[in-house]
Write a protein of this length. Structure first.
Length: 279
């Protein structure tokens, strides 16, 4: 008599399991298959995105024949874009898997929105630094080793990051600047620089002879930083004791002082050799 109730309970449990097993197994198999498909889709999209990013940048590098420094910056940019793709796909994939598992995404998204809003207020400075650093790198405004003036601070760039830039000023101090604070940049290491130098010759020498001597002396001057032949104008002033000529030229950036010193030495030695009175 005692075994009868136990047998009835066991039979009821077996019947209940049989009724729900097909439903549960079907749901598990369907959900598992969907999760596998989501993961496969994420991996395929990531593979295509990474391939597209690197293929595009490599094509640009070949067509534009970029220097090694610029090519290295493009590779850094490619790594940044790949990281953005990875985090985006990870976030979308997790939300999709949670949806497949039957999780209500409303509270999750609401919590994420509130958390993101709180973080955005605290991290807006960081975001601004990162965005500005991205465009500094993309636009190739300056590079490591170049001499620049950033918002009135002059120095040589030592390190460049997505958030900060470090430069060594003329007194040897290491200056750290947040990329979001960089508004005006003067790059002294690119292009050419104008060279000007005033040369005075005593009026005891006839003016035509003074012109001829200066022309010949400038033509014989050579310097590796000189980018164009030197020329002169003048006399630039009406003085009774001397002729004042203005020498002009184009030199490599940051080489103006060196070229001026070398030119002064060349003029002095030539004047002493030729007996020309400088004044």
């Amino acid at each position: 008599m005692l075994l009868a109730p136990s047998g009835m309970i066991l039979g009821a449990m077996v019947d209940w399991l049989q009724r729900h097993w097909e439903q549960w197994s079907g749901a598990v198999l369907t959900g598992g298959l969907r999760i596998v498909l989501v993961l496969a889709l994420v991996l395929v999209v990531r593979w295509l995105s990474v391939r597209t990013i690197y293929a595009t940048l490599n094509t640009l590098q070949r067509r534009l024949d970029m220097p090694e420094r610029r090519a290295a910056q493009l590779q850094t940019l490619a790594s940044l874009l790949v990281s953005i793709v990875n985090y985006t796909l990870l976030f979308v994939g997790l939300l999709t898997i949670l949806s497949v598992l039957g999780v209500n995404l409303g509270p999750v998204l609401a919590t994420a929105g509130i958390t993101g809003l709180a973080i955005s207020f605290g991290a807006q400075r960081l975001v601004r630094d990162l965005i500005n650093g991205f465009f500094i790198l993309l636009e190739d405004q300056f590079a490591v080793g170049e001499y620049v003036t950033v918002d009135g601070i002059s120095g040589t760039i030592e390190t460049m990051g997505m958030r900060i830039t470090r430069l060594r000023d003329d007194e040897g101090r290491l200056v750290t600047i947040a990329n979001g604070d960089i508004n005006r940049v003067i790059n002294h290491s690119r292009g050419e620089q104008r060279l000007t130098l005033e040369v005075g010759i005593a009026s005891t020498l006839p003016l035509p002879a003074a012109r001829e001597w200066l022309q010949h002396t400038l033509e014989t001057f050579q310097h590796p930083a000189l980018r164009a032949p030197l020329s002169f104008q003048g006399p630039a002033s009406l003085e009774s004791t001397r002729y004042l000529f203005r020498v002009e030229g184009r030199v490599a950036n940051r080489q103006g002082t060196l070229v001026q010193d070398a030119l002064r030495e060349h003029l002095l030695l030539s004047a002493q050799r030729d007996g020309v009175p400088l004044a």
